[in-house]
Ligand binder design. Structure first.
Ligand code: HAS
Ligand code: HEM
Ligand code: CU
Length: 562
């Protein structure tokens, strides 16, 4: 099969840059709104100011834009570029660039379509778009086109991988490709719920073709996708932690076999857990909620494997640089490198994010934290830091690698990641704390009659911490975007390949051929068969939950509460 030639590589690099830059533009707008929300949770209401009203009609319009741009648009664009580029380079195969550009344009068209009703306040339905809240059909159509485009990228990567396998029978899939293909296949199984919800239920309903929609079924289909989507955001960061960060730190990846096991487990166990978002929903049997709870604990295992592997490879790096002692080695990591520092700090935040996730998943604790400020606390140190700060760190080498431009001001880059980490840790502290006291999420609490109640509960300190964190994060964003735009707008000075992909060697490699490989490597190789297992498991744990909802379908008319 044809290898990558210079012209295709150059086009692929431009495409990857388009994906990444579009992603970071979306994040920039989304992140501008964050501090205003943080002020709200600091007891300061800025939403009545006439100046802001010109742009944003309500707290909820801002919150919808924030959630959609950050969690849906930023992630999807960055990941689509990243997880097309990496396997293509890893396998050295020639993709069909017309198709690749077509998917980018399709995703962008979906984004622009969805943006119109969001900006005109016609789809203020938050990023979970729970019916019976009813947005403009244009929003649902735009979102569907975006998701469809990501599935086409998935298809292209799987296609290239299968072609490579045919051309190299008996060879072990290289680990970066393995991780990318496993993540894409997981996303295909995951996306089914959302696709059915949007295409079969929401679009016809918002067009007025059906007389109502069933909120419970819609929510269930939403969380079929909505939980695994968080791994669709996380695993591309894991790819960097496993395959690139060790080299950036000066060491090696721990074990390719273990890495493959972690991704195989994510492929099989990421989807059948969605009910942990619906413990409070009526008309879903408790026994199914409990089964989803245990499966949630199971899907935490590959993250624990990752924690072990990541720590081992960082220790390997630090000891190679002369580090000593039980924890003293940490000081020998190259803390002057902004890209490495961003990712290690992202990992540190994820220790707390993951621990909080286990709390959320426990049915005994869930009633205390569900729908409170604790939950935004949880996901700003998962998607908002573990993922986002990792992608920011990746940009510090990826942009020079793609463009041949040098990173503008590495010192500012380093400062930006410390500011982001500090801001998000403060934010998480303030929000988790308020959540435990019962302050609700998704509420304009600063204008609420409840303020007096909160004050009586001595929430002054967590409110100050939350408001301040918004300021810290605002500074972080300014520093980061100064570096990014200055880098992108500078002139090309190097041959792009002089900044190579920082691919790490492994302490324990998987081997070249399946015949020589360990049983673990051999059993994790058939990713399509594992996808089939995943699908069967999802049907087993969702079938009995969804079937009664279908036979008892409720037609609930739409509501527009804004
Ligand atoms: Fe979550 C709600 C449970 C992970 C994102 N989650 C959310 C929502 C979002 C989100 C966006 O069970 C809100 C949805 C909404 O709007 O309603 N979550 C979990 C569990 C995990 C988990 C069990 N979440 C994530 C990730 C996310 C994310 C990842 C985004 C990227 N989450 C829940 C539940 C809810 C929920 C309930 C519903 C709550 C409710 O009531 O509504 C697990 O996957 C976590 C496993 C992670 C670990 C940590 C491993 C640690 C690592 C770092 C190691 C560090 C090292 C550093 C080595 C076990 C890998 C070394 C440092 C040196 C210096 C050397
Ligand atoms: C919600 C602040 C960055 C994703 C929120 C909320 C606050 C906030 C206070 C809670 C609002 C509420 O429940 O009423 C901030 C600040 C940021 C920031 C100060 C940094 C400047 C991010 C990033 C992401 C993100 C980087 C993801 C990549 C979300 C999502 C929601 C949210 C998905 C939920 C929206 C909803 O409940 O509908 N943010 N955020 N945020 N944020 Fe952020
Ligand atoms: Cu979840």
């Amino acid at each position: 099969m044809p290898g990558l030639d210079a012209a295709t590589l150059s086009s692929l690099k431009t495409l990857t840059q388009y994906y990444a830059v579009t992603a970071f533009i979306a994040l920039m707008i989304g992140v501008l709104l964050g501090p205003l929300q943080a002020l709200n949770y600091g007891g300061i209401n800025v939403y009545d100011s006439p100046l802001l009203k010109v742009l944003i009609k309500s707290y909820y319009q801002g919150l919808t834009l924030h959630g959609v741009l950050n969690a849906l648009v930023f992630t999807q664009f960055f990941i689509s570029g990243w997880m097309l580029y990496l396997p293509v380079r890893d396998l050295n195969v020639r993709p069909n660039m017309r198709f690749a550009w077509f998917t980018y344009l399709m995703m962008t068209a979906g984004l622009l379509t969805a943006a119109v009703p969001l900006l005109t306040n016609d789809a203020t339905v938050l990023y979970t778009f729970y019916p019976p809240l009813e947005g403009s059909p244009v929003f649902y159509i735009g979102a569907a086109v975006m998701v469809a485009a990501s599935l086409l990228v998935a298809g292209q990567v799987v296609w290239l991988w299968l072609a490579w396998k045919r051309a190299h029978p008996g060879r072990v899939t290289p680990v970066v490709t393995y991780m990318s293909v496993a993540t894409w296949l997981m996303w295909v199984v995951a996306a089914l719920g959302l696709v059915v919800e949007v295409v079969v239920m929401l679009i016809p309903w918002s067009l007025g073709l059906t007389r109502g929609v069933d909120p419970l079924l819609a929510r269930t289909l939403f969380w079929w996708t909505g939980h695994p989507i968080v791994y669709f955001w996380l695993l591309p960061a894991y790819i960097s932690w496993y395959a690139f960060l060790p080299r950036q730190a000066g060491g090696r990846m721990a074990s390719e076999g273990l890495t493959r096991l972690a991704f195989a487990m994510f492929l099989v166990f990421s989807v059948p857990v969605g009910l942990h978002h619906q413990y409070a929903d009526p008309n879903v049997q408790n026994s199914w909620k409990i089964i989803h709870m245990f499966l949630t604990f199971l899907v935490a295992v590959p993250s624990l494997l990752t924690a072990f592997s990541a720590a081992a490879s960082l220790e390997d790096a630090a000891r190679a640089r002369g580090g000593r002692g039980l924890i003293g080695w940490v000081r020998r990591l190259p803390w002057g490198n902004a890209s490495m520092t961003a990712q290690v700090l992202a990992m540190v935040s994820f220790i707390f994010g993951g621990a909080g996730g286990i709390v959320n998943a426990s049915m005994a604790f869930s009633p205390v934290v569900h729908n409170t400020a604790w939950i935004p606390g949880h996901f700003h140190i998962t998607v908002g830091t573990a993922t986002t700060l990792t992608f920011m760190g990746v940009m510090f080498w990826l942009v020079p690698h793609l463009t041949g431009k040098r990173l503008a001001s590495p010192r500012t880059a380093l400062a930006s990641v410390w500011w982001w980490f500090t801001g998000m840790m403060l934010f998480a502290l303030g929000m988790h704390w308020q959540g435990l006291a019962g302050v609700p999420r998704r509420a304009l609490v600063s204008a609420s009659a409840q303020q007096g109640v909160y004050d009586a509960m001595h929430l002054g300190l967590p409110k100050i911490i939350t408001a301040a964190s918004g300021g810290v994060l605002f500074i972080a964003a300014i520093l980061f975007y100064t570096v990014l735009w200055r880098t992108l707008l500078s002139r090309r000075v190097d041959d792009p390949e002089s900044t190579p992909i920082p691919r790490s060697d492994a302490i324990s490699a998987a081997g070249e051929t399946l015949a020589d490989a360990s049983p673990l490597v051999r059993r994790t190789e058939p990713l399509l068969a594992l996808t089939f297992v995943a699908l069967v498991l999802v049907i087993l744990v969702y079938g009995p939950v969804i079937a009664p909802m279908l036979t008892n379908y409720q037609f609930i008319p739409g509501q527009r509460l804004w």
